[in-house]
Design a protein around this ligand. Structure first.
Ligand SMILES: NC(=O)c1ccc[n+]([C@@H]2O[C@H](COP(=O)([O-])OP(=O)(O)OC[C@H]3O[C@@H](n4cnc5c(N)ncnc54)[C@H](O)[C@@H]3O)[C@@H](O)[C@H]2O)c1
Length: 273
């Protein structure tokens, strides 16, 4: 047993043992879904600044082109394509293009999400549930399933799901969306033990209220924000880069002993299931 452990340590040295910065992602290839704006774009910037080649995507070609130009202007290695994560052929195209243009896949950040419904949960329809679960949960799993064999070929990798503080305490009028985000906590825990054998870590980040287009109705409303601030230790809305940094940490060797976990980044809101 001990001999096996030592052999393992010899064949899998940590970044520190290899003498490189543990937060460096040089040579890594990272796919980030819905990454032309908001938290996805901030994650691409954080991963790219640490040396990863980032593959950005979203549904609109014009948005992809804009994000690629921005990242290039920041000296980040970047490739872009359109991808609707709800469509199987788009997911496959994204993976195929990454393999052809970047030679492999080391990181997946599953960030895309929709929320087409505000209201009492009992007023939500089957169509709404299908849409929310399909994009927010099923596509996250199916993207993971597609990239895992390619990560395994490279000797390991990292998957990060983007959940929400709403996973812990469903937000008023956001019942189905909140439930989809709770499902991602479960998906993280279900995948981590299976993928540990392939040296793939699976983690999740649960942001609080972050200033992006997605949450405009929350942070633009003073009454809602006053109520939220009462629950916060850090009395302000979060910024996309404050989540991008957490994602990059989870994908780095600094987090080499972390898997199956969700990191909450909420400005100190209490999060308990
Ligand atoms: N902003 C917040 O306060 C907040 C808080 C907690 C969690 N989140 C989560 O962070 C993630 C990113 O959101 P954001 O706040 O950066 O907003 P955002 O609007 O910039 O990002 C969401 C993106 O998902 C994209 N998207 C939706 N359906 C898609 C599909 N089928 N295929 C591809 N892309 C699709 C949208 O076009 C949009 O660009 C989401 O998962 C969201 O649930 C956001």
């Amino acid at each position: 047993m001990l001999r096996c452990v030592f052999r393992c340590l010899r064949t899998n040295p940590t970044a520190g043992q290899r003498g490189m910065s543990q937060s460096s992602l040089a040579g890594k290839v990272a796919i980030i879904t819905a990454s032309t704006d908001g938290i996805g774009l901030a994650a691409a910037q954080a991963l790219g600044r640490r040396g990863a080649h980032v593959v950005v995507s979203s549904r609109q070609q014009a948005n992809v082109e804009k994000a690629v130009a921005l990242l290039k202007s920041q000296s980040i290695q970047v490739t872009g394509t359109t991808c609707n994560v709800g469509k199987g052929e788009d997911r496959e195209k994204l993976v195929q293009m990454t393999l052809e243009q970047c030679g492999g896949i080391d990181i997946l950040v599953s960030n895309a999400a929709v929320n087409p419904f505000f209201g009492n949960i009992l007023d939500s329809t089957e169509e709404i549930w299908d849409k929310i679960l399909s994009v927010n949960v099923k596509a996250a799993f199916l993207m993971t399933k597609l990239v895992v064999p390619h990560m395994a070929k490279r000797g390991g990798g990292n998957v990060v799901f983007v959940s929400s503080v709403a996973a812990y305490q469903p937000m008023l009028a956001l019942g189905p969306y909140s439930v989809s985000k709770t499902a991602l906590l479960g998906l993280t825990r279900a995948l981590a033990p299976e993928l540990a054998h392939s040296n793939i870590r699976v983690n999740c980040v649960a942001p609080g209220i972050i200033k992006t287009r997605f949450s405009t109705t929350l942070w633009e409303n003073d009454d809602i924000m006053d109520e939220f601030k009462r629950q916060l230790c850090i009395k302000r809305v979060g910024l996309p880069e404050e989540i991008g940094g957490v994602i990059a940490f989870l994908c780095s060797e600094d987090a080499s002993y972390i898997t199956g976990e969700t990191i909450t980044a909420t400005g100190g809101m209490s999060c308990r299931l």
